[in-house]
Design a protein around this ligand. Structure first.
Ligand code: AMP
Length: 515
C-alpha cells in the first residue's frame, strides 16, 4: 500500500516524501484511514512500529483547517515521560513542516512562563505530561473544552507510573464530543477498562502480539555473580561491535555509579535518569543522538520509548523488575527492520524475573559465558527470598518502605503522586527543578585499600552463594538513604547526667498544676 492511498492531505504526503518513507508501516496502514474518518481508535502497538506517525499524520490533516483560540488548544496528546513528549513534538515538526499548525510542549522541568505565553497565543496541538497539564489547568492558564482530538499514548506505561487518576481527571475536563485515540503496547484488564470508559465505539487495530520483542533483535544473557557484573559488561563492550548502546539499570543511583565507573575505564558514557534536571536530560540525549556519547547508562523512566536511529546494542546491567520492561528495553534496538543485539546480565537472585521474562516472550534467552568469569547459577526461590528478606529488616525499623522490587526508579514525582498527596505547586516546582544529586564514586573507589583487600580475602573464604546474597543485602542497605532517627551514635551530655528525684510537691500546688 502507498501513503497516497490512505487519504492524507497533499502537504502531509509531501512531508512524508521529504522524510524518505516509501510505505506505511502496518499500524499506519490500519489506523490512519479510521482516524481520518473521525473514528475513535484503540491501538495495540509497541514503540518502533511507526505508531507515532499513525496518529500525528492524520491529525495534521484533520487540524489543517480551523484556528485555535487563546488558551483553548484544539488537540491534546498525553505522554508518560518528557522525552517521549519531546519526541512526539519533533514528529509534528517533521510531518507538519508544510502546514502552519502551532504547537506547545508542556512538560515538567521547564519554566511555566514560556509555556503560558505559548498557550496565550493559541495552539493547535498540545503535547503534555499529565502532571504539568494539571498544574497549568489549576492555575487557570488553559481550558480543555475545545479539544477535538485527544490522544493517550503508552497507556500501559501511564498505568505503571501511577498516572491513571490524573488522566481520569483530565478526561473529565474534555468535551464529551471528541475523537479519542488510545495506544498501548499491552492490554491488561485495567487498560481495557480505561479504554472502555474513554472511547466510544472504537476501531481496534493490533499490529504485534502484546509484548513480543522484535525478531530483528538477537538476545543473550550472561549469568554471573553480582560482583562480576561490571567486569562482564566491560568485556561485552570490548568484544561486541558496539556503535552506540543503552545500558539499563533498575535504580537511578546505580545509573550514576555505573556511568562513572565506565568513564574511569575509558568508555565514552553519559547518564540519563529521572533525577536530572530537564535541560541536562535533553542535552545528554542530544549528544547521544549526535554520536558524541557512545554509551548511555539510563533508567527505564528516562529511556522509555526513546527512538534513537540505528542503536546497535542494549545492555541490561540489571534484569528488569517487570518482564514488560525487558521487551521495552530491548525494543530500543532492532528498530525499523534493522538488526540489533541485546545482552542481559543476570545474577543468582534474578531467577524469578528471568522466568517471568521467558514466559512473556515465550522463549528462553540463550545463555552465554563470559571469558575469564565464573558462570553462576540461579538460587532457588526460597534461597533468593531469604537473601532478600535479610536485607529488609533494616527497612522495617525505619518505617514501612516499599519492598526493593517496587523501589526501582519511580516516575517524575510531579506527575505521579495522587493529587491529594501532592505538595503545593511551588514546592513541586522547586523539586522538579532540583539539580542532579551529587554523584558518588563507585563503591570500590570509596573504600580504603586495606579494607578492600581484607574484604576480598574474606569473600574468597565464603561459599559463592552466600556472597551473592550478602552483596545484594549490602546493596539494599546502601540504598537506604533514610536519615538516622533520634540521636544516632551521638549521646548528648545532658542525657548522661544522673536524674535527681524531684521533691514531693505540696498537695495544694499539685492540684493547681493538674488543673
Ligand atoms: P515509533 O514507533 O513511532 O517510535 O517509530 C519508530 C521509527 O520508525 C521512527 O524512527 C520513525 O521515524 C520510523 N518510521 C515511522 N514510520 C515509518 C515508515 N512509514 N517507514 C519507515 N520508517 C518509519
Amino acid at each position: 500500500m502507498l501513503f497516497s492511498e490512505l487519504g492524507l492531505g497533499p502537504d502531509v504526503l509531501r512531508a512524508i516524501e521529504d522524510k524518505g518513507y516509501t510505505q506505511p508501516t502496518p499500524i499506519q496502514e490500519q489506523a490512519i484511514p479510521w482516524v481520518l474518518q473521525g473514528r475513535d481508535v484503540l491501538g495495540c502497538a509497541q514503540t518502533g512500529t511507526g505508531k507515532t506517525a499513525s496518529f500525528t499524520l492524520p491529525m495534521i490533516s484533520i487540524l489543517a483547517s480551523g484556528r485555535a483560540r487563546a488558551r483553548m488548544p484544539r488537540s491534546l496528546i498525553l505522554e508518560p515521560t518528557r522525552e517521549l513528549a519531546a519526541q512526539v513534538a519533533e514528529s509534528f515538526e517533521t510531518y507538519g513542516k508544510h502546514h502552519k499548525l502551532s504547537m506547545a510542549l508542556l512538560i515538567g522541568g521547564e519554566t511555566f512562563t514560556e509555556q503560558v505565553k505559548r498557550l496565550d497565543r493559541g495552539v493547535d496541538v498540545l503535547i503534555a505530561t499529565p502532571g504539568r497539564l494539571i498544574d497549568l489547568f489549576e492555575r487557570g492558564n488553559i481550558m480543555l473544552n475545545d479539544i477535538k482530538v485527544f490522544v493517550i499514548d503508552e497507556a500501559d506505561r501511564m498505568l505503571d507510573m501511577g498516572f491513571i487518576p490524573d488522566i481520569e481527571r483530565i478526561v473529565s475536563k474534555l468535551p464529551k464530543l471528541r475523537q479519542t485515540l488510545f495506544f498501548s503496547a499491552t492490554m491488561p484488564p485495567e487498560i481495557r477498562r480505561l479504554a472502555d470508559a474513554f472511547l466510544s465505539n472504537p476501531k481496534e487495530v493490533t499490529v504485534a502480539p502484546p509484548a513480543s520483542p522484535s525478531e530483528t533483535v538477537t538476545q543473550a544473557m550472561a549469568l554471573v555473580h553480582e560482583e562480576d557484573k561490571r567486569k562482564a559488561l566491560r568485556h561485552l563492550l570490548r568484544t561486541e561491535d558496539v556503535k552506540n548502546a543503552f545500558i539499563f539499570c533498575n535504580r537511578k543511583r546505580d545509573v550514576a555509579i555505573l556511568q562513572k565507573s565506565l568513564e574511569s575505564h575509558g568508555f565514552n558514557a553519559g547518564a540519563l535518569h529521572g533525577d536530572m534536571v530537564q535541560s541536562k536530560r535533553m542535552e545528554t540525549l542530544e549528544a547521544f543522538k549526535k554520536g558524541e556519547i557512545t554509551l548511555l547508562v539510563c533508567s527505564d523512566v528516562a529511556a522509555r520509548g526513546l527512538d534513537v536511529q540505528g542503536l546497535s546494542h542494549v545492555f541490561n546491567f540489571d534484569v528488569p523488575v517487570s518482564a514488560e520492561d525487558y521487551v521495552h528495553r530491548i525494543g530500543r534496538t532492532g528498530r525499523a527492520g534493522r538488526s540489533g543485539r541485546a545482552f542481559t546480565l543476570a545474577s543468582p537472585l534474578d531467577g524469578k524475573q528471568v522466568s517471568a521474562i521467558g514466559r512473556l516472550i515465550k522463549r528462553e534467552i540463550p545463555l552465554i559465558a563470559i571469558d575469564g568469569l565464573e558462570s553462576a547459577e540461579f538460587l532457588s526461590e526460597d534461597e533468593a527470598r531469604r537473601g532478600r528478606s535479610r536485607g529488609r529488616g533494616k527497612d522495617k525499623e525505619r518505617g514501612d518502605r516499599a519492598p526493593r522490587e517496587q523501589r526501582a526508579e519511580r516516575p517524575d514525582r510531579e506527575d505521579r503522586a495522587p493529587r491529594e498527596d501532592r505538595a503545593p505547586r511551588e514546592e513541586r516546582q522547586a523539586r522538579e527543578e532540583r539539580p542532579v544529586r551529587e554523584e558518588r564514586q563507585p563503591r570500590e573507589e570509596r573504600q580504603p585499600r586495606e579494607s578492600l583487600a581484607a574484604a576480598e580475602a574474606r569473600r574468597q573464604q565464603e561459599p559463592r552463594r552466600d556472597r551473592d546474597r550478602d552483596r545484594r543485602r549490602r546493596r539494599d542497605e546502601d540504598e537506604d538513604d533514610a536519615p538516622v532517627i533520634g540521636f544516632g551514635d551521638h549521646m548528648p551530655a545532658f542525657m548522661l547526667r544522673s536524674a535527681r528525684r524531684p521533691a514531693p510537691a505540696e498537695p495544694a500546688e499539685q492540684s493547681s498544676q493538674e488543673g
